[in-house]
Design a protein around this ligand. Structure first.
Ligand SMILES: [Zn+2]
Length: 125
């Protein structure tokens, strides 16, 4: 049997669902959910995920580094890989291309280039 993970939601045990209510008659308690696989990273659902961020989010940002200036996506680093289906022009084959998110320029890509995670037109950060 795989090891169970505990939902990290600080209020998980306070939500009254049948699956959280455990124990013998007379000593039942609502308990933190345990799962072999938590669907929301460390949490059982989005409510617990949001509860955690509400409680600890500010401290977590301060701990890992607060952004203190605007970040820029430049034209040199705005290329993204895309594909589209154009049945008239490509006989049912997907057409791969680069799109610059700022200039909207498009450049053709081969399927191999599309699948190669090291292949990029981006030269900026
Ligand atoms: Zn939970």
């Amino acid at each position: 049997m795989s090891e169970l993970k505990y939902c990290q939601g600080p209020d998980c045990h306070t939500y009254n669902t049948k699956d959280r209510l455990k124990g013998m008659k007379g000593s039942k308690t609502y308990q933190t959910r345990r799962r072999s696989n938590l669907l929301w990273r460390e949490f059982c659902d989005t409510r617990c995920y949001n509860d955690w961020f509400e409680e600890y989010g500010t401290r977590a940002v301060d701990h890992f580094g607060r952004l203190k200036e605007v970040k820029h996506l430049t034209e040199d680093s705005a290329w993204v890989k895309r594909y589209r289906w154009d049945y008239e022009r490509h006989n049912g084959e997907p057409e791969h291309y680069y799109l610059n998110k700022i200039t909207k320029e498009q450049r053709p890509l081969t399927e191999d280039q599309y699948n190669d995670s090291t292949y990029t037109l981006n030269t900026g950060e």
